[in-house]
Design a protein around this ligand. Structure first.
Ligand SMILES: [Zn+2]
Length: 239
């Protein structure tokens, strides 16, 4: 299922950019612990637990003398260290892969329904620019710096001026990051569109490369997996 708004625009398209930014900046899990990510499996740093916010890690279970790969929330694997009694489920890797294939096929099958809305939303977003406000801030900053210098030379207090300068610098930084993200989002959306244009038939096999290229995050809920694509699109697979 692809989650669209009434206007056919993917839900939370731009809010996600902000979240992603914060998440990447911190590179931390929901529990505030730093994790070292393994690069061996494409899913290694993408799968999150809906219960405790930690990541899912690949491990192996011995079942009837056979090693079976499964994915489990790290809080459960490291139970003694974790201090969290996480009730999240264990997922067989083959089921996880099947869900990924299913969601790719959802995208392929429904691309004509969501791509136009997605492009429209993107075009609208690209029309807004932060540069007028950035110019305004630059001008104000220049004036404030001069004023601050005067006060400092006259040995007067300049706390308030310094505070305003700090907050304006912060605002400017946020505006620049936001604009860069918007450009990045557009690029990822274009990539998704190009990729979907190539795919005219169903995907039949799990593909690590496609996962790395397209998926931003997968959250494991009790009855479904929620996928977030790098393009901002969200899908769900019941399982
Ligand atoms: Zn968990």
């Amino acid at each position: 299922m692809i989650l669209l708004t009434e206007a056919g625009i993917p839900r939370d398209l731009f809010l996600q950019v902000q979240e992603e930014m914060v998440r990447r900046a911190r590179l931390e899990t929901g529990t505030g612990k730093r994790r070292v990510y393994s690069g061996k499996y494409a899913l290694s740093h993408l799968v999150y637990c809906a219960h405790c916010g930690d990541i899912y890690r690949r491990t192996q279970w011995w079942i009837r003398g056979e090693k079976i790969p499964v994915w489990r929330c790290i809080s459960r694997i490291e139970k003694r260290k974790a201090n969290v009694d996480c009730p999240s489920r264990t997922i067989y890797e083959k089921d996880m892969h099947a869900a990924v294939v299913t969601t790719f096929n959802q995208l392929i099958a429904q691309k004509d329904e969501f791509l136009p809305g997605m492009k429209l939303a993107m075009e609208r977003a690209m029309q807004t620019s932060n540069s007028p406000r950035v110019t305004e801030i630059d001008e104000r900053l220049e004036a404030l710096q001069k004023e601050l210098l005067k006060k400092a030379n006259a040995k007067q207090g300049f706390e308030e001026l310094a505070d305003e300068i700090d907050s304006l610098r912060e605002e400017k930084q946020d505006l620049l990051v936001e604009e860069a993200n918007r450009a990045g989002m557009k690029q990822r959306m274009d990539e998704l569109e190009a990729l979907l244009a190539e795919k005219t038939t169903e995907v039949t096999e799990y593909d690590e490369g496609l996962v790395r290229q397209l998926i931003e995050k997968i959250t494991v809920y009790d009855d479904h997996l929620a996928f977030e694509f790098k393009s901002g699109l969200e899908t769900e697979v019941q399982m």
